[in-house]
Structures are given as C-alpha cells and as structure tokens.
Design a protein around this ligand. Structure first.
Ligand code: DAH
Length: 343
C-alpha cells in the first residue's frame, strides 16, 4: 500500500502549501504545482493505470477524492484571499462607504418653455385654447393673407429663410396661425393663443435671434372691441408681472390690424423712474396688438360687417428677460448649462 502512503504525504503537503498561499499569484502557482496539467495530484491520478489490477479501486477512489477535496479547498481559499485583499484596500485607501452616492444630473424644462407654460396657464383661465400652426409657411399665409402684399414696405421688417420650394419660407411670426385658426373655425367665435418658433434672417445681437418663440393671441366674435383687447392684455400682464403694473397703449402700425397699438408696461426694475433696462424711459415694450383688419377677417372667412376681433403678439424670451433681468437673448439657445441651470 505504498501508493496510499504517498497520497497521504501529498495531501498533507498540498494543504500546507495552500494555507501558505496569500495572493492570487501564489494561488495560481499552487494550482499549476498540484492540479495543473503536470501537477503532482494530476500525475497521481494518472498513476492508476500503472498499478496492479487489485490495487486500482482503492487507490483510484482515494486519489479522486483527494483531487475533489483540493479543488474545493482552492475555491474557498480564493474567496478568502479576495476578501482579505478588499479589506486591505479599504483600510489603506480613504474610501468611505458611508458617503452618499453621486447624484446624476437631472435636466429640467427650458426657460422658454417654462415661460410658455406660464403664459398658457394665464390665458387658459380666460378661456383661451392653444392652437398650433406650421413653422414652414407659404408666402400667402405669412404675408399676403395678413394684408402684406409683395412689395409692401412692411416686408422689410420680416426678412426670413426661404425654402427651395418657391413660395415657401420659415414663418417670421406666429400671425399666419390666425388665418389657419379662422379658416378652421369660421363662422364660430374664436379665442386662441398660437405659440411657436419663428425665424428671421437678421444679424444676431443681444436683442435679436435668428430663431425665437412668439405667442400670438386671437379673439374673433360679435361685438369684440378695443376694450376687450385692453382688458385681456391688462389681466395677462398683471398676472405675469405683478398686480401693481401700469400699462400704456401707444399708437402703432401693423398691416394686419387697424387700429394697431404697441403695449408698454412700467419698468419692472425701476418702477418707472428710469434706468438702464428701460433706457431711462420708465417703460418696457412687451407686445404688439390691434383690432383684426377687415381684410384679414375676410381672408379668414368672417364677414367684417358682422364680426370683429383683436390680436396680439409677444415674445416669451423677451418676457422672460424682463422677468428675470436677462440682458442677452443669445443665452437662450446657446445651450450653456451655467445659464440654463439658473432657471
Ligand atoms: N406679428 C408681429 C411681429 O412679429 C407681432 C404682432 C403685432 C402680432 C400685432 C399681432 C398683432 O397679432 O396684432 O412683429
């Protein structure tokens, strides 16, 4: 029974070596030495074939069991070594598992959209619906039907980007939505706001962008007067900027309204005394408005003898600039998180 004695010696030696292996590298060496292709235990397993027939069963069983015990012991030892290494690392480094995790950056609604939502909420209370119009418009809707024929000097105010399809352009204002809404609802009364992007081909400055939002308003019905226009706008401005706001309606001209006005409110910063923001006038211009021109009413499908209406148009970026004291419209779409995250 020599070979069984050999096995007992081998077992003792292998277990002692395993206990002494204290790193992953040492465990790998140990594996090659005992269980690898030329390892001593592997060779001992192969030895079965060279033994006399009657010695084989006892030896075979013993050597296989030893092989299994060593494999199981290796797995255990590997876990211990890993755990010890991790423990050492935690002690040596300054890693503090009790610190709170890092919060992922969460985005939020863009300032233009926040302002749009405030505007929607105020007009919703007054019974206005939101109506969408297309951003790519025909010359007819953007100009002609709004009483701005080709060659009209007012077109100079609204140079835009033209598409490769003749007669189609990026809308310069949300006013063409008035025609869409009227043609859909005529001869029913209308109370809508039309928000959306507008485009202008012009020099980008602190006060003007190539792309910006507008919110148009349109009310059409019987006996709609300038008093309705004023009441609606005063109610809106005071909810947006504070109940103490004073408003001023100045004569102006837009081809699609008659009469036309420009609406100013007393400066939110200086309260009307005059400062840098209001350019020392005490007033801030916030929107254009007027009574819908009879030609526009007719183009929308309403008989101007029986129907009247008012309209207005404002820029939510400008409203947000006044509300938050922002001095450059280019911040809105230059995508700088340092700006955007402030709102
Ligand atoms: N569409 C005009 C613009 O972009 C703004 C405007 C003025 C709209 C008067 C109106 C209005 O509806 O009545 O400059």
């Amino acid at each position: 029974m020599d070979e069984l004695t050999d096995l007992a010696t081998l077992e003792e030696e292998a277990f002692a070596a395993l206990r002494g292996a204290e790193s992953e590298d040492a465990l790998n060496d140990w594996f090659s030495r005992y269980l690898g292709r030329k390892g001593t235990v592997t060779l001992a397993v192969r030895r079965v074939g060279s033994l006399p027939k009657e010695a084989r069963p006892a030896y075979g069983q013993a050597v296989n069991q030893l092989h299994q015990r060593l494999e199981a012991a290796l797995t255990e030892r590997q876990k211990d070594v890993k755990r010890a290494a991790l423990k050492a690392e935690m002690v040596e480094t300054t890693f503090d598992p009790t610190l709170p995790g890092r919060r992922p950056e969460v985005g939020h609604v863009h300032l233009s959209n926040q302002t749009l939502r405030e505007i929607y909420a105020i007009f919703q209370q007054m019974g206005f619906q939101v109506y969408d119009g297309p951003e790519v418009e025909s010359d007819a809707y953007n100009f002609e039907l709004l009483n701005i024929p080709a060659g009209h000097p007012a077109r100079d105010m609204w140079d835009t980007f033209y598409t490769t399809t003749p007669g189609y352009l990026l809308r310069t204002h949300t006013s063409p939505g008035q025609i869409w809404a009227m043609r859909e609802y005529a001869p029913e009364p209308i109370r809508v706001i039309l928000p959306g992007k507008c485009f202008r081909y012009e020099q980008v400055t602190a006060r003007s962008e190539m792309m910006f939002y507008q919110v148009e308003g349109l009310v059409v019905g019987k006996n709609i007067t300038m008093a309705d226009l004023k009441g609606t706008i005063v109610a809106f401005v005071r909810q947006m900027f504070g109940q103490e706001r004073k408003l001023r309606f100045r004569f102006s001209h837009f081809p699609f309204t008659e009469p036309s006005v420009e609406v100013d409110m007393d400066c939110v910063l200086c309260g009307g005394k005059g400062c840098r923001v209001c350019k020392h006038t005490g007033w801030l211009e916030i929107m254009g408005a007027g009574m819908v021109h009879p030609v526009v009413l007719r183009n929308g499908g309403y008989d101007p003898e029986r129907f009247s209406g008012f309209a207005f148009g404002m820029g939510p970026e400008r409203i947000a600039m006044l509300k938050h004291g922002i001095d450059d419209i280019r911040y809105f779409f230059s995508n700088d998180v340092r700006f955007l995250s402030q709102f």
